[in-house]
Design a protein around this ligand. Structure first.
Ligand code: DCM
Length: 131
């Protein structure tokens, strides 16, 4: 059986990347991540990303492109990441997070990212710098 996918968004706006601090579970609380969540059966990853960003942040976002790679989270669960553009709304920590921060390319390392998010964060930060 194939792995269940967790999809996360490298949400970019005006040259900055959105970081979200997890409020749960206890072993992940306080660490920073690219917001997202599990793809539901019958959903495309891009659809799941739009839904999760709407639920968690109260924004409309548009998936732009997949960041190559897939990072194992635990047995049967794998992380995939898309860059995403903010279409409307101002992100607020509605679910799962207790703080949000917009980070410029030189601020990427100022928060304690989840280990599994770091390769995609580095790639997204490089793309911010290039634009
Ligand atoms: N997860 C992660 N990195 C992200 C988003 C989620 O490692 N950027 C992990 C945390 C959980 C699982 O995926 O183990 C499901 O996420 P959630 O609890 O947000 O649905």
């Amino acid at each position: 059986m194939s792995d269940r996918v967790v999809v996360a968004g490298a949400v970019c706006d005006r040259g900055r990347l959105l970081a979200a601090r997890r409020s749960a579970p206890p072993e992940l609380a306080g660490r920073w991540e690219l917001p997202g969540g599990k793809v539901e059966p019958g959903e495309l990853p891009e659809e799941a990303l739009v839904r999760e960003l709407r639920e968690e942040l109260g924004v409309e976002a548009r998936p732009v492109e997949r960041i190559p790679g897939a990072w194992p989270l635990k047995p049967g669960l794998v992380l995939q990441v898309w860059t995403a553009a903010l279409v409307s709304g101002t992100p607020r920590p509605l679910e799962d997070h207790d703080e949000l921060r917009w980070l410029g390319p030189d601020e990427i390392h100022t928060v304690d990212w989840l280990d599994q998010d770091r390769p995609a964060v580095a790639e997204a930060a490089g793309r911010l710098r290039a634009h």
